[in-house]
Ligand binder design. Structure first.
Ligand SMILES: NC(=O)c1ccc[n+]([C@@H]2O[C@H](COP(=O)([O-])OP(=O)(O)OC[C@H]3O[C@@H](n4cnc5c(N)ncnc54)[C@H](OP(=O)(O)O)[C@@H]3O)[C@@H](O)[C@H]2O)c1
Length: 389
């Protein structure tokens, strides 16, 4: 019988990859429910093709009269609270969290409480409140299968490796569109240039995050909470071809490398099938087609956001939540043309230096740090930003 899948954020880039996998394996998976935030055109396409039982429109500013409460067999739900309703549905086997930003936290928490298998793409959940999520996982049958390509690669490598033999885990990064641009020109890059990722086709927020390697910083923190390695054992290398996604360096000096074509269908299919194996070729990637592969050191001057992520991760507690929230607001401001690209790490640094770090054990403590940081960055825009432009 087909396994029921719930996709949070079905209209986005990871959401689309997940629909593609469900389409490729109609015998194995069925779309039971999904959400879009405000993209009604995509919602209508999904309704037509997949006819899920439930579809949630999470934005409060959508006109409810357009889709009403029922479309064919599908019940239409509204508001961000409905995301939690979708994930606790007893018929759902796997929840894929493909929403962007901190909006992933509440439904992931509910999916854990409901004991689901969670294909976790929304890295901001673990970054925002990793210690709380890990404690919660201990109280439930729920488990996480990482969908982020680097973490999925490491998850697969580490399953087959004796943990005592691991010297270091390494995440690869493309280096983004500005890898070769003179550092002095970075303040003048446009939104359009920053959105032109050289190898991956992704949503706008993660594409901007990738251009400054802040995405890699979020991933380092995510890897810490997923795999439990200390920060000095989590490395990053630039690998512009994006075919090697994760590397496990072992104590004997060897490196185990996971490689695939840079397409999210690989980690998504792995997470949906897990613990079973993906039974057919998704996209051939013979080693003869790899070409020359480069693995390069990260230039800290070009990517200051990465070092800030390590600092926040090592500080622990609410520091990663502050890092994440400051970044989310700064990216929004950059996309609106209100700050420069190089001011994104500036805003994060200011927030980390100004907001006290605490070590809460409840979700509210992490959420408080998140909302305090958002206000801080939004308010600082009015004063300091225009001066440093
Ligand atoms: N793209 C990748 O290759 C990739 C790889 C690894 C990890 N990730 C992670 O996966 C997550 C999704 O990334 P993406 O690139 O797929 O993003 P995306 O293309 O921008 O899609 C985001 C999805 O979230 C929905 N959404 C937007 N704002 C929301 C809100 N406030 N509440 C609830 N839903 C909201 C969007 O709905 P509308 O379309 O209706 O606005 C859309 O379905 C991110 O955490 C990202 O870091 C992505």
């Amino acid at each position: 019988m087909a396994r029921n899948v719930c996709i949070l954020g079905a209209s986005g880039s990871v959401g689309e990859s997940t629909l593609k996998v469900i389409r490729t394996f109609p015998e194995e998976f069925r779309l039971r429910s999904c959400s879009v935030h405000s993209n009604l055109a995509k919602a209508e396409e999904i309704l037509k093709e997949f006819q899920p039982e439930f579809l949630c429109i999470s934005s409060d500013s959508v006109d409810r009269k357009i889709l009403g409460n029922k479309q064919g067999r599908t019940e239409i739900l509204y508001g961000s609270g409905s995301l939690c309703q979708l994930v606790v549905d007893p018929e759902v086997e796997t929840v894929v969290t493909a929403v962007v930003g901190a909006s992933g936290v509440a439904p992931t928490v509910e999916a854990i409480r409901a004991g689901k298998k969670i294909g976790i793409a929304n890295k901001e959940t673990l970054v925002t409140c990793g210690p709380y999520i890990n404690e919660l996982l201990k109280t439930s049958d729920a488990y996480l299968v990482p969908v982020d390509s680097e973490h999925n690669a490491l998850f697969q490598l580490l399953r087959n490796t004796n943990r005592d033999s691991v010297e270091r885990i390494v995440l690869t990064a493309s280096g983004g569109p500005f890898r070769k641009l003179p550092v002095s020109e970075l303040p003048n890059v446009t939104v359009e240039q920053a959105l032109r990722h050289p190898t991956w086709n992704m949503g706008p927020k993660i594409t901007i995050d990738s251009a400054g390697m802040i995405n890699k910083g979020l991933e380092v923190i995510e890897a810490h909470y997923l795999f439990g390695f200390s920060y000095e054992k989590i490395g990053v290398v630039i690998h512009p071809q994006s075919v090697a996604h994760g590397i496990v360096e072992t104590k004997d000096g060897a490196s185990l490398v996971y490689s695939s074509y840079p397409d999210m269908v690989f980690p998504v299919a792995h997470s949906l099938f897990y613990p079973d194996i993906v039974p057919k070729t998704l996209r051939p990637h013979p080693s003869t087609s790899w070409g020359n592969l480069e693995f390069l050191e990260v230039d800290p001057e070009r990517y200051p956001g990465l070092a800030l992520a390590y600092e926040a991760g090592i500080a622990g507690g609410t520091a990663p939540s502050i890092f994440n929230a400051a970044n989310e607001i700064a990216v929004e401001l950059f996309l609106k043309g209100e700050i420069r690209f190089t001011q994104i790490p500036d805003r994060i640094r200011e927030a980390l230096e100004s907001i006290p770090i605490s070590h809460p054990t409840d979700l509210e403590g992490f959420q408080e740090a998140d909302s305090r940081t958002r206000n801080f960055v939004l308010n600082s825009r009015k004063g300091k930003v225009s001066q440093s432009c």
